[in-house]
Design a protein around this ligand. Structure first.
Ligand SMILES: [Zn+2]
Length: 261
């Protein structure tokens, strides 16, 4: 098998948009050790970090904005599409240019035309706020994936499958678990919990189930949650999720919706 499909998967993965079988396939590939994909993910993390620091310091003159927009137009031209391994850096650079461009636009409109074009200024500000929100969410997601990828490099890390039970047979989940570092749970197809409730994760070893944190799912039924290591590094035999009051409980009381075998 050539490496080519993984270039595209790496780019999508780095932007937090890979799921299902493709994600599992890519994570397996990464767990097997791949310098090319690791480099791609590292470069993307750096690009996003640079993006986070790239707060425009002052109002740029119009020619700067024009040059920027010309560069974006050139970058997005299909004629200039570069070979696959550069694709991710290219995608991140385009995203960065768009975000910076949107911020510049907002600053211009607000400073020069606010009196006459108040409506446009408000729209630009709303766009900028939305872009910043999306960017923050993207960075958070990438940080979670990066942590999971780091864990997967360790051969003692296990990937445990969770199966849907009772009220949510369609639900699925994976726990990436390291006995000393703890891990992350990734769930999909879980319905939203009723108001006043939350999903609670449990680690079960030889004794009673231990609470391992509360989490919620988004509108598409997906969620992630960081799991702290078990005290004393005691082995975990089963991971389970129940529906509990939103403040959490010390021992499970509600229906079990996900569990490992
Ligand atoms: Zn690779």
């Amino acid at each position: 098998m050539t490496h080519e499909p993984f270039d595209t998967l790496a780019a999508t993965y780095a932007l937090g948009a890979l799921d299902g079988d493709e994600r599992a396939q890519f994570e397996r590939h990464l767990a097997g050790g791949c310098d090319v994909c690791e480099e791609t993910l590292r470069e993307s993390a750096e690009a996003l970090a640079a993006l986070a620091r790239a707060e425009p310091r002052a109002i740029p003159p119009p020619e700067v904005k024009d040059a920027l927009l010309r560069r974006i137009a050139a970058t997005t031209s299909p004629r200039l599409e570069r070979p696959q391994p550069r694709r991710l850096v290219w995608a991140v650079a385009t995203l960065a240019a768009m975000i910076v461009g949107a911020a510049f636009t907002g600053t211009f409109v607000a400073s020069r035309y606010e009196g006459r074009l108040g409506q446009m200024a408000r729209e630009a500000a709303a766009l900028r706020a939305r872009v910043q929100q999306d960017e923050a969410a993207l960075r958070e997601q990438i940080a979670v994936y990066q942590a999971a990828v780091d864990l997967l490099r360790d051969p003692t890390t296990r990937v445990v499958t969770l199966h849907g039970l009772g009220p949510s047979p369609e639900a699925t989940g994976r726990v990436i678990w390291h006995p000393v570092s703890g891990g992350h749970v990734f769930v999909a197809n879980l319905p939203a919990v009723p108001a006043g409730s939350a999903y609670e994760l449990w680690t079960i070893g030889d004794g009673a189930p231990q609470p391992a944190g509360l989490f919620r799912v988004d509108a598409s039924g997906r969620g992630t949650h960081r799991i702290a290591a078990v005290q004393g590094g005691k082995p975990v035999k089963v991971f389970a999720v129940t529906i509990e009051p939103e403040a959490g409980v010390p021992a499970p009381t509600g229906p079990m919706v996900l569990a490992s075998k």
